[in-house]
Design a protein around this ligand. Sequence first.
Ligand code: ADP
Ligand code: MG
Length: 277
Amino acid sequence: MIEINNLTFTYDTCREPALDGINLTIKEGEFVAVLGHNGSGKSTLAKHLNAILLPSGGTVYADGINTADIKRLAELRRLVGMVFQNPDNQIVASVVEEDVAFGPENLGMPSEKIRERVDYALKTVGMYEMRNMAPYNLSGGQKQRVAIAGIIAMQPRYIVFDEPTAMLDPKGRQEVMQAIKALNSEQGITTVIITHYMDEAAEAERIVVIDHGKVIIDDTPRMAFANVALLKKLGLDVPQVTELMFRLRGEGIALEYNKLTVDECAEELKKALKKQV
Ligand code: ADP
Ligand code: MG
């Protein structure tokens, strides 16, 4: 479990706090999406989960480890992995499998064990066949999956993804999202994903919306996206289906608001049309 208690953080160069009293508990196995417009504090929050940043006030615990406890930093970093936006900044080696081996090698593991972990990690993200390639010959989506494999090889319980698909084309986005979903559903890795794609967020179990360093919404996608007017005010989009239902309701058509999929939307429209006849 990750426990964030009254977390505040102010950058040295800023007067306004980037995080302003965040309280969140992320339970084992959860798949949480974090939304918020640019500058709302998402990356600052993510960086607190594995002690890249330390709180100005409040606490962050991951499985009972206080992130401010310097003596347990290495343990914390193995427990909570981070994947960032740009795969090019995360890949260090000139061969895919060497890159994935980098983390376990730094832990001083025996070489057979490293081999095992690297193969497992590459298979998990569907990059095993390309293990001998040079990263610069890969597509963005493939590179990002290699970066994710590098994190998996460390066997973390939690992975925080900070806009992992922001630099990818639609195909790369899909590949990476598929890999992330499988990590959560098949490997049970607790997943926090920061994204500005509403379709990605709609696939999470839980949505946390941040604005000005505060949690504004913390709910299921179905209920979170029902706050169409509030989300728009915060500068966020909603999934297209939600938008359509919102506008039709605005035209006075009686529709349930909390429909999330195309199928649900079609069902609801059929019902409304039948009533009108
Ligand atoms: P997000 O990831 O939601 O776009 P950030 O967490 O990056 O937001 O930023 C939150 C606030 O902190 C913004 O006002 C941003 O300008 C400021 N900020 C982010 N990084 C730094 C930094 N390294 N130094 C000073 N201010 C920063
Ligand atoms: Mg960010």
